[in-house]
Design a protein around this ligand. Structure first.
Ligand SMILES: [Zn+2]
Length: 100
């Protein structure tokens, strides 16, 4: 009985680890401060050009926005072509450039 319980626990931990790994792999982070130009970038997986200023949602859909003090901090988007989830950060940089 004791051995049985141990085996169960081990398998659960393995599943947890696998879950964590999958989550990390499926989300790419795009830092706009590392991107030159108007802030558009190719999808890391399929290469579709994603522009944060494109609001048609044809290339990507916005999953979640994180705003603090009326400033956009982070955008979670999903590529319409391959379905990859992308985390876009570094918007303050773009806003600063536009103001100059
Ligand atoms: Zn894609």
């Amino acid at each position: 009985m004791v051995a049985n319980t141990k085996a169960k626990k081990g398998r659960l931990n393995m599943l947890k680890k696998e879950f964590k790994k999958n989550r990390v792999q499926s989300i790419y982070t795009i830092d706009l401060t590392q991107i030159e130009g108007d802030g558009s970038f190719p999808c890391p997986r399929c290469g579709a050009l994603i522009s944060p200023e494109d609001e048609t949602e044809e290339v990507y859909t916005i999953v979640e926005t994180k705003v603090a003090n009326d400033e956009l901090l982070e955008l979670i988007i999903s590529c319409c072509t391959c379905g990859t989830t992308l985390r876009v950060t570094g918007f303050q940089h773009i806003v600063g450039l536009a103001g100059e």
